[in-house]
Ligand binder design. Sequence first.
Ligand code: PCA
Length: 300
Amino acid sequence: TKWDMPTPYPDSNFHTKNDQWFADQVKQATGGKLDIVIHSNGSLIKMPEITRAVQSGQVNIGEILMSVLSNSDPIFGVDSIPFLAPNYQAARKLWNIARPYVAKRLEQRGITLLYSVAWQPQGIYTKKPITSTADLKDTKFRTYSPTTSEFAKLIGAVPTTVQAPDVPQAFLTGLVDAMITSSATGVDTQAWDYLKHYYNVQAFLPLDIIMVNKSAFDALDAKTRKSIKEIAAKAEEKGWATSSAANNDLLKTMSRHGIHVEAPNAKLKQELDAIGKQMADDWAKKAGSDGAAILAAFRK
Ligand code: PCA
């Protein structure tokens, strides 16, 4: 059996490499009976359509950024509340708490969750230096999810959603002038070709989730299902470790190419903190009793 696996990010990206490891392990464990073929960088299906493709069985497995689903249900945006869980340890704790709530919602759509891996902490990329959010007012700000668009609005910028593969073009043509994303995406897209500054604000660590069509998964024999689940658990461990271990080198790569990698000044930090608080409050209002249960368990 061959399963096509659409993924949103390039071959060089650590998520894609981790998926390849997962696919290789599954192939080995099944004696070549299940062959997962990765189609990276949105080449088979673009990220916003991958969930529907997995749900409908157009493909049996795929990867998305979890928070792209947050318009349909705020629980999917739990990873993207600025400064709620701004380091690996906290983000992992939050994910372990949120996982059953996320998995249940996916099951209701006919999708089985396999594993999830965090991106590096999100920072702000700009063409010009900034000292406060006032410097971002009215800038065209590249976003990748409903939650990052909300963030852009709160800093006074104008959000424009651009998929990762289209980021360089969007900057070079002047469609956008700033963005929030990870060190990995900065390096993947060779940010030094189109901007000069990176503010290491460490706002949050968004998650990618890898998921399968439930009927296709349930149709596999019990032994295969078990071994896929075990390999998925290992891929999750490995993915988080790689994400964290790569961050410093990715930041260094950007510096080496001439990007000014800086910590935010006190004013900018304070303003962003206030926006984070507001987003946390807004989220808590939307996310109902499940959201409240997640936050209570996380804050305990
Ligand atoms: N990179 C992806 C999503 C989050 C991240 O760090 C992107 O910029 O599209």
